[in-house]
Write a new protein. Structure first.
Length: 277
């Protein structure tokens, strides 16, 4: 995993906060200074918090669990969708469906419905129904895919939530907190960092800032996935070695049993009677 550099964050504009009058006082520990009425974020603290969050995400990925990314604002949705696909993690970049976490079974039913529509559209009899009915099915399928397509493979609740702009995604954050799901997020100077388990102080409005932080997080996740793969390969190798040793022992035991059985079956020689005459 590459090191997160101060200059890189500076060039991406990660240090730009909001106007002083819009600030949240709980962000005071992460603010470096005020300049022309705008708060400037302390990038050294951004780096420290980003490294802490990346280490936690790496361990989650290494354990084989899913991290759900949430970013529905215009500046973030495309960046998140393109970046997160590389590590095959679920994401929500359209409207957050209320109850997605707290009422997860209903969301799964909607995903199953989408899969059922897929099967219907690929069925040979689909072309036999009226054009109007086909169009209705296609529109419903497209709507479901737009809202839920990126989480189709999410068969259980995610193990963590990564959010861009916790003020905009306050419903998602509230649902995660209610279910005790660990939360990670970019927190700007107008946010309350106490709502997030792993807050990363940074500009959450600029695409470059979002991309810089997200790239670092995804690299950590990829590293965790790679280590998980190595762990599996090592476990397989150990299992094969153990099996070989067990087979060797079994073969030797079988040979010994065969030899013992042969000795038991071997007829004893009859002794000749002694002739005293």
């Amino acid at each position: 995993m590459t090191e997160l550099k101060f200059e890189e964050l500076l060039d991406a504009g990660c240090h730009f906060g909001h106007l002083k009058r819009k600030w949240n006082p709980k962000m005071a520990p992460y603010i470096f200074k005020e300049h022309n009425g705008i708060h400037v974020i302390d990038l050294q603290k951004t780096i420290a918090k980003a490294e802490e969050a990346a280490a936690a995400l790496k361990q989650i990925a290494r354990s084989g669990k899913k991290i759900l990314f949430v970013a529905t604002k215009k500046q973030a949705k495309d960046v998140v969708a393109e970046t997160v696909k590389a590590v095959d993690m679920p994401f929500v970049t359209e409207r957050w469906p209320g109850g997605m976490l707290t009422n997860f079974t209903t969301i799964r039913k909607a995903v199953k419905k989408m899969n059922a529509l897929d099967q219907m559209m690929h069925d040979k009899d689909f072309n036999n129904i009226s054009k109007r009915e086909r169009l209705q099915v296609q529109r419903e399928r497209a709507k479901l895919d737009k809202n839920l397509g990126s989480i189709a493979d999410l068969t259980r609740l995610p193990s963590a939530l990564f959010v861009i702009d916790i003020n905009k995604e306050h419903i998602a954050v509230a649902e995660a907190r209610r279910l005790n799901i660990p939360t990670f997020a970019l927190v700007d100077t107008n946010c309350n960092p106490d709502l997030i388990d792993f807050p990363i102080p940074a500009n959450d409005d600029a695409s470059k800032s979002i991309a810089a932080i997200l790239k670092y997080m995804v690299e950590a996740i990829q590293e965790g996935l790679n280590e998980r793969m190595l762990d599996k390969e090592n476990n397989v190798a150990v299992d094969e070695e153990v099996n070989e040793e067990e087979n060797d022992v079994t073969i030797e035991e079988t040979k010994e049993e065969s030899r013992e059985e042969g000795r038991q079956r071997r007829p004893r020689r009859k002794s000749n009677p002694t002739n005293n005459q």
